[in-house]
Design a protein around this ligand. Structure first.
Ligand code: IPE
Ligand code: IPE
Ligand code: MG
Length: 247
């Protein structure tokens, strides 16, 4: 893991060595608000502006997949008012960004427990996913009511059901088959995982998929995370040597 990048020079990226998939744990909205004596909700609002900035940046430089951890299975335990405010913000985001996503050839996808989301959020999500289904410029994947363990449980249930019904042989269970039964079945594993606001943990995000992902933790709180810092992290990623267990 690494600390915050320090360079303030314009970042020169090697466009032939960009990550295919960047995943981000967008953390620190509450702390951002607290520092300013604001409500946590104000932090989430400010955080949604950062989402816009980072999506635009990925689209512009040509990163094919961006996955954002927006709401975890554990986040349902937060106070009802905060959960509701987050759902309202999410719905607003899905509606307000629809046109821009269509115009910029961005496909919206989601991973997580769709059925736990409020109907209004589900409708907005469905509309935006449908409107962008044929888009090929970039995939924006929102992790909503997502938990890595819940995803694995669901996969095991699906696979065992198929074995029970004779659709697959137990011997056919291998890494590829497991990957094919996760939410991320047609999404490549992340090359780079960024977590903002300094916590050195995974918080139940993409447990299976990050086996060989490069990790980057920055102290910056999500609402303060900028395009410049993002580019600097991509530069740092390009300088890393990925061995995948080989020499
Ligand atoms: C991340 O910010 C947003 C969500 C988890 C929805 P937090 O709300 O976790 O902010 P902190 O960690 O309390 O600062
Ligand atoms: C992780 O942040 C989840 C999201 C960013 C959606 P949390 O704030 O929920 O994680 P913990 O509680 O610090 O592990
Ligand atoms: Mg947090």
């Amino acid at each position: 893991m690494n600390s915050s990048p320090s360079s303030s020079n314009p970042v020169e990226l090697d466009t032939t060595k960009l990550p295919t998939h960047v995943a981000i744990i967008m953390d620190g909205n509450g702390r951002w608000a607290k520092k300013r004596l604001l409500n946590r909700i104000n932090g989430h609002e400010k955080g949604s502006e950062t989402v816009r900035t980072i999506v635009r940046t990925c689209r512009k430089i040509g990163i094919p997949y961006l996955t954002l951890y927006a709401f975890s299975t554990e986040n349902w335990q937060r106070p009802k008012t905060e959960v509701e405010a987050l759902m309202v913000l999410l719905k607003k985001f899905l509606q307000s960004e629809r046109k821009e996503m269509v115009e910029n050839n961005i496909r919206l996808r989601m991973i997580g427990q769709l059925d736990r989301l409020p109907t209004k959020v589900r409708q907005a999500l469905d509309q935006t996913m449908t409107a962008t289904r044929e888009k090929t410029g970039m995939n924006l994947v929102l992790a909503l009511s997502y938990g890595g363990r819940a995803e694995i449980v669901r996969m095991v249930q699906e696979v065992t059901e198929k074995i029970k019904r004779g659709i697959i042989e137990p011997e056919a269970v291998d890494e590829g088959l497991i990957s094919d039964h996760l939410y991320t079945r047609d999404i490549p594993d992340p090359d780079l995982l960024i977590r903002t606001s300094g916590e050195m943990r995974i918080s139940n995000f993409l447990l299976w998929q990050i086996a060989y992902t490069e990790l980057f933790v920055t102290q910056t709180l999500w609402p303060d995370f900028s395009k410049e810092e993002f580019l600097q992290i991509l530069k740092d990623f390009q300088d890393r040597v990925r061995r995948f267990g080989a020499v």
